[in-house]
Each structure stands twice: as C-alpha cells, then as structure tokens.
Design a protein around this ligand. Structure first.
Ligand SMILES: *Cc1c(COP(=O)(O)O)cnc(C)c1O
Length: 415
C-alpha cells in the first residue's frame, strides 16, 4: 500500500470535535486553540459531536479503510489531512499466548503488541496526535520530560513536522532511548532526578521562554491518540470488549484513553454497555496507584524513592491519578503491583516458551496476570488482554557467553 490515507477523503470530511472539557469540573474550552491544563490544573478531554459521528460512520465503511490509526478519523481531533504527520501507525496485532495460558491454567490470553509501532513503542500513538495538532495550531517548540519512549516518539514526529524539541530524561534512562531521541532531531538532556523533576524544568521553560509543555496529560491530544488502542481492540474482537485488560500504568494515558474510547464507541452504537475490567499494573518499587486504590482514596500522593527495571512505569506522581483510579473503579477492575523479579521471570518465560520478546512493562502485565489468576481476581475462563507497550529489543538483554571453537573436533550430538 503506497498511500497511507486518502488525503482528499479526510479533507472533505467534517471533523466532530466540538470542545475541550476539564476532566474535573466539566468546564468547556474552545477547540482549535492552544491549551495545556484546565484552569483547575486538571487534564482537558476532547469532546465530540458523537451523534454526528454516529450518522457519519458505519462499521462497514470502517472495514474498508487502510489498517492504520487514521481509520478512526471521525473520533480523532485532527481536522485537516495536511496536518497529519505520519510514520505509518499500523494497527497492531493481538498475539495469543496459548501455550503459557494452558500451562498456568488461564483462559484466552492475548497480547496487543505495541512494539510494532513507529519508534518501537505505543508512545507513537499519543505523539503522532499531539504533534499533528501542534502543527495545526502553529506551535514552534515542544518540550517534554520522558523516561525514554515518549521522547523518542516526540522527536521523530516533531522533526518530521519541522517543530523544534527539547527533551529531559532521568540520568539513568537507557542509552538506546537517549540516542534515538537525539538522532531523531531533538536536543536531549540527562537530568539528575526522576521524570517529575524533569517535568518541573519543562514547566519553568514554558513560563520563561514559551516552550509548549508536552508532558503526559498536560496537553489534550496524546489521550486521543492512545484512545485508538481501545478502538482497535474492540474492532479486532468483532466489536466486543475483552473481560479484562491489564495495562502497565505510568502516567495512565492509555488506560484513561481506552476508557474514553469505550464510552465513545457505546455512544455511536458500535458496542454495548459491557466493559472490560481495567487493571492498572505497577511495579512494587513505584506503585502510587496501587496504594491509592488499596486505601480507597481519589488521588495518589508522590511515591518516594521510586525504582524499577520497568522504566516506562517509573512515574512517582501522575497528574491524571484520579482519572486512572476512576476508570479502574468504575470498571470493577483493580490495581496490582509486581516485583522486578517477577517482571524478569515473566519476560524470560514468555520469550523462552512463546518466542515473544516482551518489554519489561509488558512482562509486568504478564506477571500481574499470573498473580491475579492465582488469587482469583481473574477467572480461569476469562479473556484477558495484556499490553506489550514497546519492542523488547529496546532494552538491555542478558549476555550469552557460549562459544564454539571451529578448529577443534565438534561433538554434534552434544550441541
Ligand atoms: C510510557 C510507557 C508506559 C506507561 O504508559 P502510560 O500510558 O503513560 O501509563 C508503559 N510502558 C512503556 C514501555 C512506556 O513507554
């Protein structure tokens, strides 16, 4: 396929964005203007004329479109095709872990493999939307704190759009992430602190020199991009939702986005009122959502001394905490923490037995699945979806030291 999306078709079509809404107070804000947080300091959510979408979009029309994220354009904020900055955001496959599910006594176990996306992670979904909208709104310089993957996706798309980017990451961010960010045209700094410390620098730069703050949930469009995971999932399952979704939760954009997607799909008549249970997966070394969920509170205070090998979910404090917790509770789901040891073990198990190299965050969802299956929070006949958020190849892999001397006799039977 040479044409990723039909420019004219999109250009002709009305878009259905009507407003932005404060996720806490419901206060409305005009679309087509530059926004960060609401006046209440909370994330803004994009509102659509869903009755209009319902009239304009049918399942059969959708089925004819190219298999990429832009197939859901009626439910996306970009108005003009010319503003779309694409690197080919393909629909990602659902891969069954049949052998392992059987072995551990689970039901149908599917992995949505987000490692197939541009820049090797699902951050591409959010950033392709944020950058396309930034282009549409005339933003010239975007800044971001990142644990790696978001910065890489921002750099790639912003460079394509001709927008300058400055990125800040914790000093122990994996080398591959820092390099890809810089190579893809951003200026990247390692900062002696965690992601929220990096976020403070971006906030000050915004105040002092006018950077656009692209932090998780501090601009309205990354959620809309991440929302497509829920749209895709429902479409791939024949307009059904799974029983349970396990999502490795950092800032929570994907979990919040999918929850929004299901509500919109119901409003346009594509699915019914049934919802998956949403499970927020974190690491025991950084589990602010799990603690808040267990304590029954609405906000999650900062997690001190955050540490985990799953860098993507090392987020001590999230501005969308109440939205994550709300979706988890409304869906009758739960929040669960897994140890780094369980993550490493899960990663190895899935790679060795299913030939599927997960990223550590994806492995965390597998470890959480096993844990929840054992304690009965996930049933043995339920259909569960895990999210593998990035390609396992971006992460350090264990050294293999076995060698073979070709000049000596080889005992082939022993190999
Ligand atoms: C960003 C990221 C996460 C967390 O996603 P959120 O939607 O921000 O919670 C998980 N895993 C990986 C690999 C990531 O890059």
């Amino acid at each position: 396929m040479t044409v990723r999306h039909d420019e004219n078709l999109i250009a002709e079509r009305p878009t259905f964005v009507t407003r932005l809404e404060c996720s806490e107070t419901g206060e409305h804000y005009p679309a087509d203007q530059i926004h960060n947080l609401s006046r209440a300091g909370k994330p803004l959510l994009v509102g659509y004329d869903l009755a209009g979408v319902k009239k304009a979009l049918s399942k059969s029309a959708l089925a004819e479109r190219p298999p990429d994220l832009w197939r859901y354009r009626e439910l996306l904020p970009v108005r003009r095709a010319a503003d779309i900055v694409s690197l080919g955001e393909a629909v990602t496959p659902l891969v069954a872990l049949g052998k392992l599910a059987k072995k551990i006594g689970g039901g149908e176990l599917l992995v949505k493999d987000e490692g197939r996306l541009p820049t090797g992670s699902f951050k591409a979904r959010g950033l392709v939307m944020a950058v396309s909208m930034a282009k549409a709104l005339g933003i010239k310089h975007m800044a971001m704190p990142t644990n790696g993957n978001a910065g890489a996706a921002l750099a790639a798309y912003a460079t394509r759009a001709g927008i300058k980017t400055t990125v800040f990451c914790p000093e122990d961010t994996p080398e591959v992430n820092v390099s890809e960010i810089e190579l893809q045209g951003a200026t990247v700094y390692r900062v002696n602190g965690l992601i929220d410390d990096c976020g403070k620098i971006v906030g000050e730069g915004k105040a002092k020199v006018g950077w656009f703050d692209t932090s998780t949930l501090k601009e309205p469009y990354r959620i809309e991009g991440k929302k497509t995971m829920g749209l895709e999932l429902a479409e791939q399952l024949g307009w059904e939702v799974p029983d349970v979704i396990l999502y490795p939760t950092g800032g929570g954009t994907g979990l919040i986005g999918m929850w929004k997607a299901f509500a919109e799909l119901e409003a346009i008549g594509f699915i019914g009122s049934r919802r998956p249970r949403m499970v927020a997966v974190q690491a025991t070394g950084c589990a602010p959502m799990v603690r808040a969920y267990d304590e029954g509170v609405e906000h999650a205070p900062r997690w001190e001394n955050a540490h985990t090998i799953a860098a993507g979910i090392r987020v001590p404090q999230a501005v969308g905490d109440f939205l994550i917790l709300r979706a988890v509770r409304e869906s009758n789901g739960f929040a669960i923490a897994v140890t780094d040891e369980a993550i490493s073990k899960g990663l190895e198990e899935v790679a060795r037995q299913e030939g599927f190299l997960l990223c550590p965050e994806g492995a965390a969802t597998y470890a959480a699945y096993k844990q929840a299956l054992a304690d009965g929070r996930i049933g043995r006949h339920e259909r569960a979806v895990l999210f593998n958020c990035a390609t396992g190849l971006k992460y350090p892999l264990p050294p293999i030291t076995r060698t073979l001397d070709r000049h000596k006799p080889i005992d082939y039977a022993a190999l």
